[in-house]
Design a protein around this ligand. Structure first.
Ligand SMILES: C[S@@+](CC[C@H](N)C(=O)[O-])C[C@H]1O[C@@H](n2cnc3c(N)ncnc32)[C@H](O)[C@@H]1O
Length: 274
């Protein structure tokens, strides 16, 4: 008889945002396969477990995923409690479906334990509701990343239709996102916010407009970044509390993505921290 594989959400990073169910499972786990983003403070709850990092890098998805699938099945044949620990919520941009399908195909019992997804942690850090009454009645979670052979997907249509849009894994594609959305008719002045390392001590937030997105994204470090777009961010984008340098730019000079803007980045780096 094989064990059970639990697909567990580790949340956005802060250990105390882990669910109680997740913490209890980690305590009972015999083996934990974890993503790169899961911090040590959470892993240390799995006192007795063997811990195996299976973080993936983009471009290596399919090979890495097949390997992880196989290891989960092998582990379930050896141990009663196998935890597959994923950042945020496992069911959102977490490749849970591939793992669930593979486990079910191999008749391995599995359960999913939800976690706090990045969009919710970022909203908490910003203090702005994704669905602020009177402004937003719909939220879209989207990513530009696609798997090889994925069905065609019109992310632009979704981004234009939703009142609030949260873009995952988008920092590297900031210029493309901004250009595509503006080209599709979204106002360049659409307010947006960026949260890096949501819920963590190194958390950083920036706000501005859609046309400023590439410049804002350049100011992010190497941490995970959530991009949030919509009228609900108008106040923080305009207030200058988060990124006063951007307001100076939009009030006076034309924001360009030329070396002029880049040259000023170093000197202003700390003004964007909140
Ligand atoms: C592979 S996706 C996983 C999403 C995860 N399943 C979730 O529900 O949050 C990784 C992306 O999630 C976002 N993300 C994860 N943790 C984050 C954090 N603490 N702060 C900001 N964004 C985060 C970033 O966009 C990152 O590139």
């Amino acid at each position: 008889m094989s064990g059970t594989v639990y697909l567990v959400g580790a949340g956005p990073g802060a250990p105390d945002l882990l669910t109680l169910r997740a913490a209890r499972l980690l305590e009972r786990a015999d083996i934990v396969f974890h993503d790169a983003l899961v911090p040590q403070a959470i892993l240390s709850l799995a006192l007795r477990a063997i811990k195996i990092a299976v973080g993936k890098r983009s471009g290596q998805h399919s090979t890495a995923q097949k390997f992880i699938n196989k290891r989960l099945v092998d582990a379930a044949r050896m141990y009663p409690v196998v935890v597959r620990l994923k950042g945020g919520d496992p069911m959102l941009f977490g490749r849970a479906q591939e793992e669930l399908a593979w486990l079910q195909q191999h008749r391995i019992r599995c359960e999913v334990v939800p976690g706090v997804t990045a969009a919710l942690a970022a909203s908490a850090d910003l203090g702005v509701s994704l669905t602020a009454r009177g402004w937003s009645r719909s939220v879209a979670f989207l990513t530009m990343r696609t798997a090889a052979g994925a069905r065609p997907n019109n992310w632009l249509k979704v981004a234009l239709a939703a009142d609030t849009v949260v873009i995952y894994m988008g920092a590297g594609e900031a210029e493309e996102i901004s250009r595509a959305l503006i080209g599709a008719g979204k106002s360049p002045a659409t307010p947006l916010a960026i949260v890096e390392h949501a819920s963590l001590p190194g958390m950083r937030k920036l706000a501005g407009t859609l046309e400023q997105l590439p410049a804002l994204a350049e100011r992010c470090g190497n941490g995970p970044v959530a991009i949030l777009l919509g009228e609900v961010y108008r106040e923080i984008a305009a207030s200058g509390i988060i990124a006063p340098w951007l307001n100076q730019l939009s009030a006076g000079e034309q924001l360009s993505f030329s070396p002029t803007v880049r040259a000023t980045r170093g000197g202003r780096a700390h003004s964007s921290n909140s």
